[in-house]
Ligand binder design. Structure first.
Ligand code: ADP
Ligand code: ASP
Ligand code: MG
Length: 440
């Protein structure tokens, strides 16, 4: 029998109504056998995700505050789901264990992970599937990175003993037995790990939109759905803020060449987006999508004759490395070099870093500009279309946007522009309108 692995996001498991939709989807296809669940997400715009409520418990206990008011709300969310589903099931013992652990200063990751743990227990019970704890089959290495080979061997052996199972997303185990989570949105990664472990023919990622959209729907009105996108394009877009799928979620399935299908739990009849290793057809709009993020800073370093100074770039990057910062882009000119970094990464160390950079590089001038937004225009078809960059720049010129930085990777899969944060939405809308014919 063919096997499909599925992941349901927090928005798809926020309340009992959604649990019912999820069960109907799973029961509609008997190859849907391995299901990864997230913690309950938002039920309405200003609701709070259970994961955020758990982080709040952690903060409260560190401040020596009573966690009871926080934890009571979490219990209530799960109890309401259980009672509205009408199942004979109680999480009271689990609640007591978790509360005890929180009050005894267990780690933040353990606390955060309980959101998916509890929700998966309910879903397994409701579906009549086995519950398999992610802590038994998903492993991290000593340095905190994901241990893909150990995980694949052990998880595969466990899961294939079960005909049908629910696995909590978002976490795994460190070599010393403590729980560690992936970064936020990490249940998408668990879904991909499970798909690989069971050698699924397809990884269905069920969420609250009918696929990956050409732009963030909170910025562009009614953006078009992307029907087919490659792993590489998706990674560029999701890394740059198209958060519908975690950017690291493609790695496990890419190795096994398992396609991902993004689907809408609230509109299961929609085909959604297929994420595939290679696409044979070009994109009708030339670009596949546009995405962006705010919160970047640009460090500008000027020094006359820098172009003929062997090893200048190395000295700059060494300082960045000494402060354990990852950089995003490195645009450069004859006498200038710039490093684009996340503002939150440099906030606490900016003065030290600039002083060290002056000392090590003997630069004439160094300054840091904050408030930069980065926008990625992504498309596999851009490489064969002359003039794409020109269209991006003239669209931005016509919209009155000042471009502060440009970067194009050698693969020509993306063009990145840096603009003032205040022009973030204008930039995304201008690029979208340039490539997609809208009726407005
Ligand atoms: P889940 O709870 O299923 O994990 P997420 O909230 O993580 O869902 O991701 C889905 C959300 O991602 C959508 O509701 C949408 O607001 C947002 N989003 C941002 N950019 C895009 C995009 N390009 N395409 C689709 N959704 C996007
Ligand atoms: N619940 C976690 C979060 O809110 C993981 C996830 O939803 O994928 O980040
Ligand atoms: Mg998500």
């Amino acid at each position: 029998m063919s096997i499909k692995a599925l992941k349901f996001g927090g928005s798809s498991l926020a309340d009992a109504e959604h649990f019912k939709k999820v069960a109907a989807i799973i029961k509609a296809d008997e190859s849907r056998r391995y299901v990864v669940a997230s913690a309950p997400g938002k039920r309405y715009a200003d609701d709070i995700k259970v994961t955020d409520m758990l982080y709040a418990c952690f903060k409260a206990v560190r401040k020596k505050q009573d966690i009871e008011p926080h934890f009571a709300k979490i219990e209530q969310r799960y109890n309401q789901i259980i009672s509205e589903l009408g199942i004979d099931f109680s999480l009271d013992e689990e609640f007591a264990k978790i509360k005890y652990a929180i009050n005894h200063y267990v780690g933040e990751d353990y606390i955060a992970s309980r959101g998916e743990y509890l929700n998966s227990m309910i879903l397994a019970k409701y579906l009549g599937f086995d519950f398999i704890d992610a802590e038994d089959g998903i492993f991290f290495k000593e340095n905190g990175t994901f241990d893909s080979e150990r995980t694949n061997d052990e998880l595969s052996a466990i899961l294939l003993q079960h005909e049908r199972a629910v696995i909590p997303g978002f976490y795994g185990t460190m070599p010393n037995g403590t729980i560690k989570t992936f970064s936020r949105g990490g249940s998408d990664i668990t879904g991909s790990i499970v798909a690989r472990a069971v050698d699924a023919e397809l990884y269905e990622n069920w969420t609250d939109v009918s696929g990956m959209l050409m732009a963030d729907p909170r910025i562009v009105k009614n953006p078009k759905v992307i029907r087919v996108i490659t792993y590489n394009e998706l990674r560029e877009l999701s890394y740059m803020g198209a958060t519908v799928l975690h950017d690291e979620a493609i790695f496990p399935v890419r190795e096994a060449r398992i396609p991902i299908n993004i689907r809408n739990t609230n509109a299961p009849e929609d085909e959604g987006t297929m994420i595939v290793p290679f696409a044979d057809k070009p994109n009708e709009n030339v670009i596949t999508g546009v995405a962006g993020k705010v919160g970047f800073s640009i460090i500008n370093i000027d020094k006359s004759m820098m172009n003929s100074e062997v090893g200048f770039g190395k000295k700059v990057l060494k300082v960045i490395e000494n402060h354990e910062i990852c950089f995003e882009h490195l645009p450069s000119g004859i006498d200038t070099m710039s490093v684009v970094v996340s503002t939150s990464d440099i906030d606490a160390i900016r003065e030290d870093m600039v002083n060290e950079m002056f000392r090590k590089t003997k630069a004439d001038y160094i300054n840091i500009e904050d408030g930069l937004a980065l926008i990625a225009v992504v498309g596999r078809s851009m490489v064969s279309q002359i003039g794409t960059a020109g269209r991006v720049f003239s669209a931005l010129g016509n919209a009155g946007v000042n471009i502060k930085m440009i970067d194009q990777g050698s693969s020509e899969l993306s063009i990145i522009v840096g603009v003032n944060e205040a022009e973030y939405a204008t930039t995304i809308n201008a690029i979208y309108k340039e490539f997609v014919k809208t009726n407005e």
